[in-house]
Design a protein around this ligand. Structure first.
Ligand code: HEC
Length: 329
């Protein structure tokens, strides 16, 4: 039995092999009656496992179609919202259709409500995605068209549908910029209360880090406030310290902000001497030193920062504008 399955693997798609195996086994079981049942049951399970794997990663639907829905449609047609009573977050839901019934007609893209909606005049109120959300690209439209034309199947293999444009690779999961801040929410609130400063999530992603905001009351932010931030230092990816009372003493605290990417020290009292303390900041990509006392010796110290790409030095005593210290090396 195993060898028969293996043999069919090469010639048929896994899904077809799975289905065929089920059909063959069922008929074998019928012909041989009870005697063969345990064996047939085992083989059925094996065939079922094959059918399941065919629904997985190597299908055109999973690789090409589902990511389009996920990116452009599921916000309104998914678990949280079901506009038009339609969900596009699984094959089964898609095939169930919406309030107007089925939205995909296998083999006929131009008769499929879903395809009509994404290809009509974008000015039309029925156009999808609704609300001027980013429309499908011509390549994405082509992928949907080919898939529906080929039978709108969940199991057709990636290789079986020819001529599909290569879409931009699915976004690899973005590396965390900082630890999840949620477990320390109470500590964050406490810091904000006692200092009057703000720690704002950079995005909805809890591992995108926090932005230290001081703009509403820059003079409340001094070296002592930064020192208080020590227990939360690893969460801060951007520190907006322009016009604050930060001095070189505060930079010693900042040097422990291990995930800091962007630092704005515009119009502060920091000096070239202090900048040397920032050398431990392996992730620092940009630093704004506009209108500070910093000079060439300070900028030279920053050359040790491996990730630094942008340095602003307008209104300083720096003689050469080193936009990109890495390139200046
Ligand atoms: C911003 C929200 C939003 C987004 C994003 C969105 N839709 Fe919709 N969709 C709606 C609303 C609201 C309706 C119901 C009103 C209507 O039928 O036009 C709807 C209805 C539909 C219907 C008709 C369902 C039925 O049976 O009546 C289809 C098909 C559809 N959308 C497809 C899509 C596709 C495909 C995408 C992604 C490319 C998408 N939508 C993205 C809001 C959205």
């Amino acid at each position: 039995m195993t060898s028969w399955l293996n043999a069919s693997f090469s010639g048929l798609s896994r899904a077809a092999a799975g289905r065929q195996a089920v059909a063959v086994i069922v008929s074998v079981a019928r012909r041989h009656g009870d005697r063969r049942r345990p064996y047939a049951l085992f083989a059925l399970l094996a065939a079922g496992a094959l059918a399941v794997s065919a629904r997985g990663e190597d299908t055109f639907f999973a690789q090409r179609v589902a990511p389009i829905f996920e990116q452009k449609c599921v916000a309104c047609h998914g678990e949280k919202k079901q506009k038009g009573k339609l969900r596009l977050d699984s094959f089964a839901q898609l095939m169930r259709g919406g309030e107007g019934g089925g939205v995909v007609k296998a083999g006929a893209p131009k008769a499929s409500e879903l395809f009509i909606r994404v290809t009509m005049d974008p000015e039309d109120e029925d156009f999808m995605p609704a609300d001027s959300k980013p429309p499908l690209t011509p390549d994405e439209v082509k992928v949907l068209e080919l898939w529906i034309a080929a039978g709108a199947s969940e199991t057709t293999s990636l290789a079986a549908i020819k001529g599909a444009p290569a879409l931009a690779a699915r976004k690899a999961p973005v590396a965390a910029l900082a630890p999840d801040w949620h477990p320390r929410a109470a500590q964050i609130a406490q810091f904000e209360k006692s200092t009057g400063l703000r720690l704002v999530p950079r995005s909805a992603v809890p591992t995108d880090g926090l932005v230290l905001r001081t703009a509403s009351a820059p003079t409340r932010c001094d070296d002592a406030a930064l020192a208080q931030l020590a227990p939360l230092a690893d969460l801060v990816v951007e520190a907006e310290l322009a016009r604050t009372k930060i001095t070189d003493v505060g930079l010693v605290s900042l040097a422990t902000f291990s995930n800091l990417c962007a630092l704005d020290l515009t119009r502060t009292a920091v000096t070239s001497g202090g900048l040397g303390t920032l050398v431990p900041l392996q992730k620092l990509e940009s630093i704004n030193l506009t209108s500070t006392e910093v000079d060439d010796t300070g900028v030279a110290r920053l050359k040790q920062l491996p990730a630094l790409r942008k340095t602003w030095v307008f209104g300083t005593r720096v003689s050469t504008v080193a936009e990109d210290p890495a390139a200046a090396k």
